[in-house]
Design a protein around this ligand. Structure first.
Ligand code: GLU
Length: 441
C-alpha cells in the first residue's frame, strides 16, 4: 500500500509552494491507489495555532485534495517519548550541555581555522560526574542524535543517487532542553508508524533526509523512498517573497478556479506540458517523478490567469450554478462562458442580457437601427433570430460585414465586443431587442 503525507506546520496559511507539495503527494497516492495523509506538524506549541489547522483543512478542501486520514504530532508526544527512550538506551541519543554561546564559539574557532563547523561530540566524552555537575548548576541537557552510518545515501526519485558523509555532518539536536521536539525525529517516528512509503517534499530538506535516513535505521525501520522537488520561483526567476503570500484566499479573490491551480502546479517544473484540464484523471495517470527536472519551477501568475480562463470556458453550468446570478440558466452560461476570464464576471454579461443597458447609436446609423427594430419585430424568434435579423437587414440595406453587425451589437448590448450574438440574442429576447434597437436609433 502506497502512503504519502503532506506535513505542514500550522504556523501560517498554505502558500503556493506548500500547495504544490501537497498536490504531488496527492497525485502519487491517487495514481497508486494509495493513501494521502495530512500530518499536522504542531510540535512547536508556541507558534502553532488552531486557526491555521482549520485553514489548512479548508484550503485543501477548496483545492479538492481531500486527505484519506489526518494525524497530529501534538497527539503523539507519548509515542515520541517511548521511541526516544529506546534510542537513549541504545546510545543513539545523548545529552549535551553546551549553551548556545558556547556552541557559537566552537563554530567560530573551527571556521577561523578554515575547518567545517561540525559539532565535536564533546558531550559524548563527559563523565557521569561532569554531567552531574552541570545538572547541579541547573543546566538541563538538550539531546543530540548520534549519527551512526558512515555514508548516508539514498536514490532520490527526482535527484538520483545522493551521498552524504556522516563525518561531514553534526549530530543533530533532536530535543531541546525544555523537552520540546525539533522536527527531525518525530517526523521519522511518524513516517514509520504511519507506513509512509514515499516522502515527497522540497529540496530544502535534502540534508535533513541524510540525517533522517540514519534515524530510520537506528529505529530499526527501512527508510521510505524520497523525492525532493526543486523549489518554486517567481516568474522573474527569483525566490520571490510574493510567492510566500500567495495562497487559496488570494486565488479565490482573483477568481481563480481550483482546477486552474491544480493544472498548473501539477506540471510546472516537469517535462509535461501545462494543459487547461478540468478533469484530474490525466494529471493522475500521467504523474511520475521521472518527469521532474532539477531546475526551479517557475510560477507565473499571468500563466495561471491564462489557464484559468481556458478552464472557465469549459466549465459546465452545473459546476458554476451556485456562483451565477439568480435566473442565469444553462443557455446563458454557455453563451457567455467563452468571453469570461473569471466565473464572477458572468454577472456583467447577465446584466447586459437583463438590462437596462445604456446604448446610443451613431447618428449615421439611425435609419438603419429603425429598420432593424422593424425587422426584429417581424422575424421568427423561435429558431435563430440573429441570422434571421442580419440576413433580412443585409437584403434590405445592402450592408455587410462590420457596418451590418457592429451597430446592432452596440445597440443590443451597449458594447463593441462580447459573446457570440447568435447565442446572446435569444436570451435578450424579442421585446427587449426591439426596444433597444429603437432607443438607440
Ligand atoms: N513540517 C515540515 C515542513 O513544513 C515537514 C517536512 C516534511 O515533509 O517532512 O517543512
Amino acid at each position: 500500500m502506497i502512503v504519502t503525507r503532506f506535513a505542514p506546520s500550522p504556523t501560517g496559511r498554505l502558500h503556493v509552494g506548500n500547495i504544490r507539495t501537497a498536490l504531488h503527494n496527492w497525485l502519487w497516492a491517487k495514481k497508486q491507489g494509495g493513501r494521502f495523509l495530512l500530518r499536522i506538524d504542531d510540535t512547536d506549541r508556541e507558534r502553532s495555532e488552531a486557526r491555521f489547522v482549520e485553514a489548512i483543512r479548508a484550503d485543501l478542501a477548496w483545492l479538492g485534495l481531500m486527505p484519506d486520514g489526518e494525524e497530529r504530532q501534538s497527539a503523539r508526544f507519548d509515542r515520541y517519548e517511548t521511541r526516544f527512550e529506546e534510542l537513549k538506551a541504545a546510545g543513539r541519543v545523548y545529552p549535551a550541555y553546551e549553551t548556545s554561546q558556547e556552541l557559537d564559539l566552537k563554530r567560530k574557532i573551527l571556521l577561523g581555522r578554515g575547518l567545517p563547523p561540525i559539532y565535536d561530540r564533546a558531550a559524548l566524552r563527559l563523565t557521569e560526574a561532569e554531567k552531574a555537575a552541570f545538572e547541579d548548576e541547573g543546566r538541563a541537557p538538550h539531546w543530540r542524535f548520534r549519527l551512526g552510518g558512515d555514508l548516508l545515501e539514498w536514490d532520490d526519485l527526482i535527484r538520483g543517487p545522493q551521498h552524504f558523509a556522516a563525518e561531514a555532518m553534526s549530530d543533530p539536536v533532536v530535543r531541546r532542553a525544555d523537552g520540546s521536539w525539533l522536527y527531525l525525529l518525530p517526523s521519522v517516528i511518524d513516517d514509520i508508524d504511519m507506513g509512509v512509503t514515499q516522502v515527497v517534499r522540497g529540496e530544502d530538506h535534502v540534508s535533513n533526509t541524510a540525517l533522517q535516513i540514519d534515524m530510520f535505521h537506528a529505529l530499526g525501520a527501512a527508510p521510505p523512498a524520497f523525492a525532493h522537488e526543486a523549489l518554486l520561483t517567481g516568474s522573474e526567476g527569483k525566490l520571490s517573497k510574493r510567492l510566500g503570500s500567495l495562497g487559496v484566499d488570494h486565488f479565490r479573490e482573483a477568481g481563480i478556479e481550483p482546477e486552474a491551480v491544480i493544472a498548473l502546479l501539477a506540471r510546472i517544473g516537469t517535462s509535461q506540458p501545462v494543459e487547461p484540464l478540468i478533469d484530474r484523471t490525466p494529471l493522475i495517470a500521467g504523474f511520475d517523478f521521472s518527469h521532474f527536472g532539477r531546475a526551479p519551477a517557475r510560477f507565473d501568475e499571468a500563466e495561471l490567469a491564462g489557464i484559468n480562463a481556458k478552464i472557465v470556458h469549459q466549465l459546465p453550468h452545473a459546476a458554476v450554478r451556485d456562483r451565477l446570478p439568480v435566473g442565469m440558466g444553462e443557455a446563458a452560461w454557455e453563451a457567455i462562458r467563452p468571453n469570461l476570464e473569471r466565473v464572477a464576471d458572468a454577472a456583467d454579461w447577465w446584466a447586459v442580457i437583463e438590462g437596462p443597458i445604456a446604448a446610443s447609436g451613431e447618428p449615421e446609423d439611425s435609419t438603419y437601427l429603425i429598420e432593424a427594430a422593424t425587422v426584429a419585430a417581424q422575424i421568427d424568434w423561435s429558431a435563430d433570430p440573429w441570422h434571421a435579423l442580419t440576413a433580412a437587414l443585409k437584403d434590405r440595406t445592402g450592408r455587410k460585414g462590420k457596418p451590418l453587425f457592429l451597430p446592432l451589437r452596440r445597440a443590443l448590448t451597449g458594447r463593441d465586443h462580447g459573446p457570440d450574438m447568435a447565442a446572446l440574442l435569444p436570451l435578450i429576447g424579442r421585446d427587449r431587442a426591439v426596444e433597444r434597437l429603437r432607443s438607440a436609433s
